[in-house]
Design a protein around this ligand. Structure first.
Ligand code: ADP
Ligand code: MG
Length: 356
């Protein structure tokens, strides 16, 4: 017996060898298919991201093109805005601007107008930032009129990121109400912060973000479910080489949403004074990421598993010492790595493809 089995071991009969061969081929095929499906899914999810839009409708600086326009046009002037843009209705209103839905040559557009002259510095700062930061991460500028204190931008009917839940829960969007789509919004939000912290206008901080609602209201949700930053009225510059840090306004801030270094550090005994308040840097944006991402993930199948995978990273974002928090780039990289490993895991276990 022993002799026979030893002999079989060294010289398996044809059938056994063929079976072994077949099993290896099937295993290799399965691995390859899984790999390609994951790669395809990854491509689908990220290729629909900001990079793709960029190559499709990029125009030279100072120009724009809306869907359906063949050529790039230069930003509209005061005269053109006055004569060709018709305001339809008030859509939104923040501290600085009144935001109107308007029409221009058959396109729906957005006209923002300064509300009170007290905020005119913020308004013009916002305009400069919009001009200087035009990219896939920022709402498209179509024109402006400094004299009339108006800015014309692309209209996004889904409105601000506050509407994410109500939009994705609509019957016709249910198919998109997945952890993958929601997580991509969070990745794009983090990508914008990375862009802002290393921007062509120097490292900038998203200051108009003292609570979750306020923060979400500064970003828009596009109809193809991407995130663009819209309100750039408060982006102070961190000039590290000159030793210049920033402060988000001159008033005292409260609560858990803002970073600990944004709170008055000297207790109740000493009344708040802006002169004594120590400045800080862009790591305040990192502190806020877990709260924004948590909101964006919502309560759908898979979002709690994802939260578990993000636990350590988000704990690092909430470190008291700003310099111990990760950079926005590291957040983006970790988010992408978590996304890839989770889709692979799910794909292997369930055999399903999580289509967009
Ligand atoms: N281009 C746009 N498309 C759709 N909604 C917009 C657009 N721009 C602004 N809004 C709406 O108006 C609100 C206020 O706009 P925002 O630029 O943040 O003004 P403020 O500077 O006064 O805060 C936004 O939160 C959003 O709901
Ligand atoms: Mg705003």
């Amino acid at each position: 017996m022993l002799g026979t089995s030893a002999g079989n071991h060294h010289h398996p009969p044809m059938l056994q060898r063929a079976t072994l061969c077949l099993v290896s081929v099937i295993a290799a095929l399965l691995t390859a298919t899984t790999f390609f499906r994951v790669e395809l899914l990854h491509h689908l999810l990220w290729a629909k991201g900001p990079e793709r839009n960029n190559s499709l409708d990029s125009c030279p600086y100072g120009h724009f093109r809306l869907t359906g326009m063949k050529d790039c046009l230069s930003w509209l002037s005061c005269e053109t805005i006055r004569s060709e843009v018709t305001v339809t209705k008030l859509m939104g209103r923040g501290a600085v601007k009144q935001v109107f839905l308007a029409h221009w040559k058959g396109h729906q557009v957005t006209l923002s107008r300064l509300t009170v002259s007290e905020f005119s510095n913020d308004f013009f700062h916002g305009l400069e930032m919009l001009k200087g930061l035009q990219s896939v991460y920022v709402v498209k500028l179509l024109g402006y009129c400094e004299g009339d204190k108006t800015i014309l931008t692309e209209y996004h009917p889904f409105g601000s990121l506050i509407n994410v839940n109500s939009i994705l829960e609509q019957e016709n969007h249910r198919g998109f109400n997945t952890w993958e789509v929601r997580f991509r919004l969070a990745v794009e939000y983090a990508m914008f912060l990375h862009f802002l912290h290393t921007s062509p206008l120097g490292p900038r901080v998203m200051c108009d973000s003292n609570d979750l609602g306020k923060t979400l209201s500064q970003y828009l949700l596009t109809t193809d479910l991407h995130v663009v930053a819209n309100d750039l009225d408060a982006l102070p510059l961190v000039n590290r080489s000159a030793g210049l840090l920033i402060k988000c306004g001159a008033r005292q801030l409260w609560g858990d949403f803002v970073a600990p270094e944004q709170l008055w550090p000297f207790g109740d005994d000493l009344p708040f004074s802006d002169d004594l308040m120590p400045p800080y840097d862009e790591k305040t944006d990192i502190w806020k990421i877990p709260d924004v991402t948590d909101f964006l993930l919502g309560q759908v199948e898979g979002s709690d598993v994802l939260r578990l995978h993000l636990f350590q990273l988000h704990r690092d974002c909430k470190r008291t010492m700003p310099q111990q928090r990760p950079t926005a780039l590291r957040v983006v990289q970790t988010y992408k790595a978590v996304y890839t490993s989770l889709t692979q895991e799910l794909d292997l276990y369930s055999g399903t493809v999580h289509d967009l």
